[in-house]
Design a protein around this ligand. Structure first.
Ligand SMILES: [Zn+2]
Ligand SMILES: [Zn+2]
Length: 355
C-alpha cells in the first residue's frame, strides 16, 4: 500500500509548525515494535497492551420498556445480527413505573430470553434528573445498576454509589443536554463521560459529540474515560454508529464490566484501532484501519498529526507527544469523517531529574 505520512507538529501557544515526511526507516521501526513493543506500560490507551480478546458492544440502548420502538428481544436481536458481541439494555427508569400501583416495578430484564450463545446482554438503566436547571442523564451498566438516583441526591455520591457496587456508570450526552462544562467539573467523582452519541449525531448533528466536556476534564489532569454509544431508540435506523471495543478475558458480564472499569477499551464510530502505545522516548505509535488522519490531541495548540494526501489512506503513524502536555489521546478519522478514539492518558510528571 502506498503510504505517505506528513507530520504536522503544532507545539505550544506559539503554534510553531514543523512538517516532516516520515521515511522508510521510521516505517520499519513501527513494524518491528508491533511484535515486540517497547511500550511504556504506565500508559493505557485502551487495553492495547493487555492480554485478552476484543469484544464489540453498545452501552446505551432503549426498548419498548421505555421509549424505544422495539420490544427487548427484537431490540437486542438487531445487535446480535449485526455482529456485536454484547449490548447493554438501558431503558429509562420511568419505564419501570407501574401506573396502577403507583410504584416502580422490579428493575429486571428477561435476560434468559435475551442472552444467546456468543451474545451477551448486560442489564442497565438510564437515570435522569435536573439540577439547577441542568438536564442530567446517567447510564449505569452491570452490577448495582438498580440502585436508584434519589431526588436531590449529590451527583458525585450517586456516581460513587454505583461504582462502589461494581457498575460501569457514565454521564450521558452532556452536549445534547446542553450541560455546562462547569457542571461536570464540579463533580468530584466522574470516572466516565459519553463522548459520542450516535442517535443524537444523526438527529442533531454536532450535539452528539461531547469532546469539549471530556477534554476540559482531561486538561485538569482528571483521568476520565470516554465512551461512544448508539443511544438507539429505533434499532436498524439509529443503531450501529457508536460502540466500544473491549479487551477482556471472556464474554461474561463480569469480565466485560471489569474491563470497562479498568479502561481496557477504546471507542469508535467507524475506524478500528489495532495498537496505540507510548514508547520509552515518549512518542506515540498508532496502527489502525485505513484512515485519512491519525492525530494526537491535548490542550490548546497541543497536537500532532499524520494526514494522507487527498485520495490516499494511512494505517499507521508515529506521533510526537510533548510531556509538558497535561494529557494526550489519539483519534483516527476516516475519509467519511468517522472517528475512533483512544482513551486519554494523563502525563506522568517525571520529577527524578529535579532530585
Ligand atoms: Zn439520555
Ligand atoms: Zn438514552
Amino acid at each position: 500500500m502506498f503510504r505517505l505520512l506528513f507530520w504536522v507538529l503544532m507545539a505550544g501557544a506559539g503554534m510553531a509548525r514543523v512538517s516532516t515526511v516520515v521515511g522508510a526507516e521510521e516505517a520499519k521501526d513501527v513494524a518491528a515494535s508491533k511484535s515486540n513493543p517497547a511500550a511504556d506500560n504506565r500508559y493505557n490507551f485502551g487495553g492495547f497492551l493487555d492480554p485478552g480478546n476484543w469484544y464489540k458492544g453498545n452501552l446505551h440502548l432503549h426498548s419498548t420498556i421505555s421509549d424505544g420502538n422495539l420490544d427487548p428481544e427484537a431490540t437486542v436481536e438487531v445487535y446480535r445480527k449485526a455482529g456485536y458481541d454484547f449490548t447493554a439494555l438501558t431503558d429509562h427508569i420511568g419505564g419501570f413505573w407501574d401506573k396502577e400501583k403507583k410504584e416502580y416495578r422490579p428493575l429486571v430484564y428477561p435476560l434468559e430470553k435475551l442472552n444467546k450463545p456468543g451474545f451477551l446482554v448486560i442489564p442497565a438503566i438510564e437515570y435522569d434528573t435536573n439540577r439547577s436547571g441542568e438536564t442530567i442523564h446517567f447510564v449505569v451498566v452491570g452490577s448495582g445498576y438498580d440502585l436508584r438516583l434519589e431526588k436531590d441526591q449529590d451527583l458525585s455520591a450517586a456516581m460513587k454509589g454505583w461504582w462502589d457496587r461494581g457498575a460501569f456508570a457514565f454521564m450521558a450526552h452532556p452536549h445534547w443536554s446542553l450541560d455546562s462544562t462547569e457542571t461536570l467539573e464540579a463533580m468530584s467523582y466522574l470516572p466516565v463521560v459519553e463522548v459520542f452519541n450516535y442517535a443524537t449525531s444523526l438527529e442533531e448533528g454536532v450535539r452528539g459529540n461531547s469532546q469539549l466536556h471530556w477534554d476540559r476534564l482531561l486538561r485538569l489532569r482528571r483521568p476520565v474515560l470516554g465512551v461512544a454509544t448508539d443511544d438507539s431508540h429505533q434499532p436498524g435506523t439509529d443503531s450501529g454508529g457508536g460502540w466500544v471495543m473491549v479487551k477482556a478475558k471472556d464474554l461474561t458480564a463480569e469480565a466485560i464490566v471489569a474491563a470497562l472499569r479498568g479502561g481496557n477499551f477504546y471507542f469508535s464510530g467507524g475506524p478500528r484501532l489495532e495498537q496505540v502505545y507510548a514508547d520509552a522516548a515518549g512518542n506515540l505509535h498508532v496502527e489502525c484501519s485505513p484512515v485519512r488522519t491519525i492525530r494526537a490531541m491535548a490542550g490548546v495548540g497541543q497536537n500532532s498529526a499524520a494526514t494522507a494526501s487527498k485520495g490516499k489512506t494511512i494505517d499507521n503513524a508515529t506521533l510526537a507527544w510533548d510531556k509538558k502536555w497535561p494529557f494526550v489521546r489519539v483519534e483516527c478519522v476516516d475519509e467519511a469523517g468517522r472517528t475512533a478514539w483512544s482513551q486519554g492518558v494523563i502525563t506522568i510528571r517525571d520529577d527524578s531529574k529535579k532530585q
